[in-house]
Design a protein around this ligand. Sequence first.
Ligand code: SF4
Ligand code: SF4
Length: 68
Amino acid sequence: MALSKRLAQVGRECVACGTCVKVCPRTAIRVASGVTARVNGALCVGCGRCAKVCPADVIDMVERGAGA
Ligand code: SF4
Ligand code: SF4
């Protein structure tokens, strides 16, 4: 399966609330060690759902290969 061009990227201001984890259809985003959310680039399909629901607005959708 081809990877989407977009990828979710979590900023440092993540408050580890877990909201993004609940909406991801691919289980591509997880809160690591209760500190910050991390995206598994191999699973993320770039749907942007996590970015829409993040209460802290710290998720950006970035182009793959653009230093992400
Ligand atoms: S963009 Fe979609 S697939 Fe990727 S981590 Fe966010 S919710 Fe999951
Ligand atoms: S919804 Fe936003 S603040 Fe909450 S865990 Fe996900 S990235 Fe972090």
